[in-house]
Every structure is written in C-alpha cells, then in structure tokens.
Design a protein. Structure first.
Ligand code: NAD
Ligand code: AKB
Length: 321
C-alpha cells in the first residue's frame, strides 16, 4: 500500500496533470510534487506539498525522501526529442544520470515502486513501422530514444536483480490543453489547436502525411494510474509497455479541426523534426498492455478535437492565452 509518493518533473506537460490525478487517488498531502523549476503551477502548489528538485542532485533527492518518508516515485523529469537533438549532452545527462539517481536512491532506501515513462522514441528506422510489436528491435536514431531504451533496460534490470517494482509506458505523443509540451517532435499536435483558435491557421513543421501514434491527456492519465495500480504479479513486461489510442497525420488532424472550424487553414514547412518523426512508428500494437493490465483508450480523434477546441476557445475568450 503506497503512502507517500514523490513526483519529479511535476511542472511539465504530463506532470502538471498527473500530479493532480495522483493526489485524487492517494490524498493531496501524500503526493510531493517536485521540479527543477522552482515556480510550480498554482494548481499544484496550492493543493499539496511541493519542493524544488534537480534530479541530478542526489543529496537533495535523498533528503526529500527522508523528509517526506516517500515510498514510491514517479520519475517524469526528462529532456524530450527535439530539445535533445539540439543538445544531446544535456539529454544524456538529465535522462540517464537523473534516472540512475532515482533508481539507486530508491534501492538504497528500500523504495520498491517506481514509475518511469518511456516513449515511442525507443523505436527507430529498423523497427517495423506498422502496428509496431511490443517486443521488437530498439535501435533509435535520436539521443532521446537512446536514453529511453537505456531507461527501459535499467528498469527491467532493477526488477530482476533487486526485486524492485519498476513500471513504464511507451507514451505516444500526448495532446493536452493545460500545459504546453516541453520540446518534442509531436508538439505540433498541440500547437495546431492554439493557432487554430488564435489565428485560424497553422504552419506545421512535419509533412502532411507523417503518421504518428497520439493520445489525449485523459487517456494518458488513465493509462498511467491504471498501470501504477495494477497487480505486479500479473505483469510479464515491466518498464516499457506499448500503449496506443489513435494514429494521425497532420492532414487528418487539420480535417478534424475543419469539422468544427471550416475556415481553418494548414500549411507545411518541415524542419529537422521531420527526420525524427520518420524514424518512429505509424501505429502501435498494445495487446500486451490490454492483456496484462486491461488497457483500453476512451478518446478517438474527433472526440479529442472537439474537447481541445472547446477548452482552448474558452481560455481565449477569457484572455488567458
Ligand atoms: P516536459 O518537457 O513537459 O516536462 C519535463 C519537466 O521536467 C519540466 O517541468 C522540466 O522543468 C523538468 N526538468 C527538466 N530537467 C530537470 C531536472 N534536471 N531535474 C528536475 N526536473 C527537470 O515533459 P513531459 O511531456 O511532461 O514528459 C514527462 C515524461 O513523459 C518524460 O519522461 C517524457 O520522456 C515522457 N514522454 C512524454 C511524451 C509527451 O508527448 N509529452 C511522450 C512520450 C514520453
Ligand atoms: C517527443 O515528441 O519527444 C515526445 C515523445 C513522443 O516522446 N512527445
């Protein structure tokens, strides 16, 4: 039974919503939200404990675990694919040394349960791109992907070697309206909604037919909390479950937006992120997640689009964006 949970990278796109989801399950006082950024979002700061933490600072991590008597960690802090290609040393440092710090401190302090997200970025040009299997070739062509493969292997190693309970999901691109994404290749699928509402048009940095797996935030929260609470003894995989929802091209997303905003226009100007996207799968076989812990997504493309446009339009009306 988990009593006190610490989240790293809690101010990011996923952390800012996952923190609130975990606080609903485990109690507001029992989820400690931390981030490198000392200024956490008001929604997080105002409804539970928070602290500043650089995951590279092992001593501070140790002292927070002691101070709050932490018995589970959700390790979200990371550098994503596009920022990681601009600064590969930083991506290696934060993603690898941050992850090994979390695993080692947890091992030393007897913390068993750790959640570390992985990504579709573990796959690369040699992986089958259609309906990418759970157990397949992991030869990514980005530094971000290299660190995510190593993170999965480390997670599985700590399960086997030290009997720890490490879990992880290979998230697809996550689409949400609360916090902007932090520098990935799938970020276009969020930016398009803001530009649609504010300007009625969007210039996309990927080609119109670039198909990638995506997921709406409520499904991301559901997948994460469901796996986190699943019966560990029933899991055959651990650190890198495939999870799918829907796969889309920029053109398909634009057409979905046009169903609500017929005058919306999209143009295409691919940049360095095109090569990253071209190395990732079109769609994902998530049958292992469905069989081992009952994964089932709830949102399809049009349901997600309608909700994204409604919420972002309302924020725009209120002058918040
Ligand atoms: P994000 O970039 O939005 O947020 C990352 C957070 O980590 C930021 O708040 C940042 O301040 C913090 N951070 C950066 N360096 C840090 C450090 N040294 N110490 C502590 N905190 C630090 O990322 P996200 O989208 O919320 O991603 C969370 C996790 O999910 C990551 O592991 C990412 O690889 C994974 N993931 C995300 C997506 C997605 O589409 N959002 C898809 C696949 C996997
Ligand atoms: C990125 O584009 O880097 C992330 C991811 C799929 O890991 N959204």
């Amino acid at each position: 039974m988990i009593k006190k949970l610490l989240i790293t990278g809690a101010n990011g796109q996923i952390g800012s919503e996952l923190t609130l989801a975990f606080r609903k399950i485990y109690g507001h006082e029992n989820v400690v939200a931390t981030d490198l950024n000392p200024v956490l979002r008001a929604e997080i700061k105002d409804n539970g404990p928070t602290d500043q933490l650089d995951v590279l600072d092992r001593k501070k991590l140790e002292s927070l675990i002691d101070q709050y008597q932490i018995d589970a960690i959700v390790h979200l802090a990371a550098i994503l694919s596009a920022v990681g290609e601009k600064n590969s040393q930083m991506a290696w440092n934060v993603n690898m040394n941050g992850t090994i710090n979390v695993l080692e401190v947890a091992r030393e302090k007897g913390i068993k349960r750790i959640f570390i997200p992985s990504s579709i970025a573990v796959f690369g040009p040699t992986t089958p791109r259609d309906c990418t299997p759970q157990d397949t070739i992991l030869q990514p062509s980005t530094m971000y992907g290299v660190t995510k493969v190593a993170g999965e292997l480390l997670g599985d190693y700590y399960v086997q070697k030290f009997g720890m309970d490490i879990r992880g999901l290979r998230y697809p691109g996550i689409i949400s309206h609360e916090t902007l994404p932090g520098g990935g290749t799938t970020d276009y699928a969020v930016a398009i909604f803001y530009d649609a509402v504010k300007h009625g048009k969007y210039e996309c940095f990927l080609k119109e037919d670039t198909k990638l797996p995506m997921m709406y935030m409520p499904d991301c929260l559901k997948a994460t909390t469901d796996l986190f609470q699943a019966d560990f003894s029933k899991l055959r995989h651990h650190a890198g479950f495939n999870v799918g929802a829907f796969s889309i091209t920029p053109q398909a997303l634009a057409e979905s937006i046009q169903k609500v905003m017929p005058n919306f226009e999209i143009t295409y100007k691919p940049d360095f992120r095109q090569a990253i996207a071209d190395s990732w799968p079109n769609c994902i076989d998530d049958s292992a997640a469905r069989e081992e812990w009952g994964w089932k997504p709830q949102y399809d493309l049009d349901a997600m689009t309608e909700e994204m446009l409604r919420v972002i339009s309302e924020k725009h009306r209120q002058g918040l964006i």
